[in-house]
Design a protein around this ligand. Structure first.
Ligand SMILES: Cc1cc2nc3c(=O)[nH]c(=O)nc-3n(C[C@H](O)[C@H](O)[C@H](O)COP(=O)(O)OP(=O)(O)OC[C@H]3O[C@@H](n4cnc5c(N)ncnc54)[C@H](O)[C@@H]3O)c2cc1C
Length: 306
């Protein structure tokens, strides 16, 4: 037992929308709660330009939504620790213990893991430095310029439309599969813009940095392997996400890197719950993350109160 550790009823690892929702339920049940977040509370939603599917907010910037959520959490007396990240976990005993990369130890009678996901890195080895994962963060310098967006899912299309709002001259969406899976309405908006070209069955095979800052991209047909070359100012990569579960390997049951839970958000270990994008499930949305966080917190309360 570590005597310098800070002790709470409930520890929540990850302060995205799921972790914050869990914190609201737990605090309202009079549990002492600490959220441990390795960056800024709000998680992925902070980087979403326009959220249009959260009931009561027909259209809101993701960061604004998360600021409101954080205010709500703080108003209930939840402690938020923005640390460098939880690096070690000891879930074996009755008291669960986590250690941050700064070496601080936190203890809880129960833990909710809500560590979400992060973008899959750009898969092509290159010396071209202008590869990005977030148009909200990095799009502004591309006003009047030409960019490639890798990935024809919702993220790829949403981010392409956002880049056009920033004044980007043209966007070329490159999708390796024969069709794009983004919502039909978003694809239609992209088509109507007249500035977004879409190439399906196309692989981004190579990128080379050119003198002057541009990149030369070699695109390859996934059907007949014909290649073509294009010059671009920047590349934005939205080819999917991978779960933040490295620290739980060998401790929690995983499937494809995602944490396995039952419908009550219980993991294989008593007192350890997992919720949100990090768990095995089909739909990963703000509302589903909120729902998971709710269930995890209510179950954690039951567990703690015996
Ligand atoms: C580009 C994009 C656009 C989207 N748009 C929408 C949309 O319009 N509407 C919608 O409903 N959904 C949208 N989604 C999905 C939505 O963002 C997710 O479903 C939601 O963010 C999941 O919340 P979460 O709390 O489970 O995970 P996250 O938001 O990923 O939060 C997890 C948090 O855990 C933290 N963390 C990770 N590891 C550690 C660690 N070791 N220690 C401490 N903290 C850690 C992370 O820093 C992060 O803050 C979008 C997703 C993407 C990628």
């Amino acid at each position: 037992m570590n005597h310098s550790a800070r002790a709470y009823d409930l520890l929540i690892v990850g302060g995205g929308v799921c972790g914050m929702t869990a914190a609201i339920y737990a605090a309202r049940a009079n549990l002492s709660v600490c959220i441990l977040e390795k960056e800024v509370c709000g998680g992925l939603v902070n980087w979403t330009n326009t959220v249009e599917n959260v009931p009561s907010y027909p259209r809101i910037h993701g960061e604004e939504l998360m600021d409101k959520c954080r205010e709500h959490v703080e108003s209930l007396g939840v402690e938020i620790q923005e640390v460098d990240g939880v690096e070690v976990v000891d879930f074996g005993g009755r008291i669960k213990e986590v250690t941050t990369s700064e070496g601080e130890v936190y203890q809880g009678k129960a833990v909710i893991v809500a560590t979400g996901r992060r973008p899959i890195p750009f898969p092509v080895k290159t010396d071209f430095p202008r590869v990005h994962y977030c148009s909200v963060c990095d799009g502004a310098p591309y006003k009047g310029k030409d960019v490639i967006v890798m990935g024809g899912g919702n993220s790829g299309f949403d981010e392409s439309l956002f880049l056009l709002n920033l004044g980007v001259k043209s966007v070329h969406i490159v999708e390796v599969f024969p069709r794009c899976i983004a919502a039909a309405s978003t694809q239609e908006k992209a088509r109507q813009s007249g500035k977004i070209k879409v190439s399906t069955s196309t692989k981004l095979a190579e990128v080379e940095a050119l003198p002057g800052g541009k990149g030369r991209v070699r695109l390859e047909s996934a059907i007949n392997h014909e290649t073509r070359v294009e010059e671009v100012d920047g590349i934005f990569c939205f080819i999917g996400q991978t779960p933040n579960t490295g620290i739980f390997q060998g401790i929690l049951d995983l499937d494809g890197g995602y944490i396995k839970t039952n419908a009550d958000m219980e993991t294989n270990l008593p007192g350890v719950f997992a919720a949100g994008d990090v768990i095995v499930k089909r739909y990963r949305q703000i509302t589903t993350a909120m729902a998971d966080g709710t269930i995890a917190a209510l179950q954690a309360e039951r567990y703690i109160r015996g």
